[in-house]
Ligand binder design. Structure first.
Ligand code: SAM
Ligand code: SF4
Length: 376
């Protein structure tokens, strides 16, 4: 069932700022087996999780409205038992020719803790194109701190952190062995950097990624949700990250691709085709990219949001339009309406307030929906 551009395909909607819909970030669960303090998931699932067939309905509708990329996230998406089944089930939505409608990539963001060799192979054979694994440190201490690992004392925490680090490093190799080739952008590493917490890990993380031939994506600590203790002083700007790493390994700017979140850099001592030649930074706080944001987010219980910084009541519940008795047009109309009403530019507004001398922490910020709910 490829998505065909035929007379029955609805016109691709544009939002109030002329932005098309391009990416669907679908959260499969609000639960997580870690408790990173910068994210702090609930630990409990919201009631009314979507079923596989409801998720397929949603994905199909969003793809018909122009999305070409599907990112599966959470919470920890690998906790979802139906992950491989869902990936296999969306394969018919793939584009059948270049520039034609349909999915061009299916990606997963995971903390890597559950990525065994077997599951990596299962994900690959189900049709997953790309995996991004998250790792915020290279020592037991830093990993434990950033993953919110508990322990009776410092030594115990360090041991738990070291065990988690080893698990993620093994997961990287499982993914590589299963065919997720970093040289083709199919395997990357995410790291959130928080000033005063793990900014001493910048160079070690870059070294680790270079050694393992991976692109490292450094993410500024964002003010998503309401309980991660965000303060502007804890943000290490992407510019400073690049400066610090560039002082050790000179970098050449490659820019940010249209609709992308990351600005990419090339290590001057590496050939651009070689593995681990690139570094990326996601400057959503210091240099917002709302202007061409094309991402729609849908939670595990079927609420659609058009911005990562949306208020909890800023989404629309899609469940009334799902199921065998609901007319498919209703679902498409609901998503189209949300997208056409969309005028979000939260990060830019935060930045503008900041420039006017209003610190972001006091900028009239409405309560935000939580990151583990929205899926990052
Ligand atoms: N559990 C998976 C993981 O950690 O990769 C997927 C979900 S997680 C919400 C997706 C991404 O969002 C992760 O790379 C995580 O580091 C990032 N993230 C979570 N909270 C963040 C925050 N406050 N600021 C910046 N990035 C954050
Ligand atoms: Fe879990 Fe990912 Fe949030 Fe960490 S960032 S608590 S791994 S959902």
């Amino acid at each position: 069932m490829a998505v065909a551009a035929n007379h029955s395909s609805p016109p691709a909607p544009r939002d109030q700022r002329g932005r098309p819909l391009g990416v669907l970030r679908l959260s499969l669960t609000a639960r997580c087996n870690l408790a990173c303090p910068y994210c702090l998931p609930d630990g409990v699932e919201p009631p009314g999780l979507l079923t596989l067939s409801q998720r397929l309905e949603v994905i199909t509708a969003v793809v018909e409205l122009g999305a070409t990329s599907l990112r599966l996230t959470g919470g920890e998406p690998m906790l979802h038992a139906g992950l491989e089944k869902l990936i296999a089930a969306v394969q018919p939505l793939r584009a059948t020719h270049a520039n034609g409608p349909g999915l061009r990539e299916i990606a997963l963001t995971s903390n890597g803790t559950l990525l065994s060799a077997e599951r990596a192979r299962a994900l690959r054979s189900a049709g997953l194109d790309r995996i991004t694994l998250s790792l915020d440190g290279t020592t037991g201490e830093s990993v434990a701190l950033m993953a919110g690992l508990g322990g009776a004392d410092r030594e115990q925490k360090e041991r738990s952190g070291a065990a988690l680090l080893a698990k993620v490093l093994t997961a990287i190799e499982h993914a590589r062995a299963a065919g997720f080739d970093p040289d083709r952008g199919a395997l990357k590493l995410n790291a959130v950097i928080q000033r005063g917490a793990n900014d001493d890990q910048l160079l070690p993380l870059a070294a680790l990624a270079r050694e393992r031939g991976l692109e490292l994506r450094l993410i500024e600590f964002m003010d998503v949700g309401n309980r991660n203790g965000w303060r502007p002083e804890a943000v290490l700007s992407a510019a400073e990250m690049v400066e610090r790493i560039g002082a050790r390994w000179p970098l050449e700017p490659l820019g940010r691709s249209a609709h992308g979140t990351a600005s990419r850099w090339l290590y001057r001592d590496r050939d651009s085709a070689s593995s681990g030649a690139h570094l990326a930074v996601v400057a959503s706080v210091s240099a917002p990219f709302c202007g061409d944001c094309n991402r729609l987010r849908i939670t595990a219980d079927g609420v659609a949001y058009s911005c990562l910084f949306a208020t909890p009541d800023g989404g629309i519940d899609l469940r009334p339009w799902l199921g065998p008795n609901a007319p498919v047009e209703g679902l498409r109309k609901a998503i189209t309406g949300l997208w056409q009403r969309r005028a979000d530019r939260w990060s830019e507004e935060r930045q503008e307030a900041w420039n006017r001398g209003i610190p972001p922490a006091t900028h009239a910020a409405p309560a935000h929906a939580e990151m583990a709910y929205l899926g990052g």
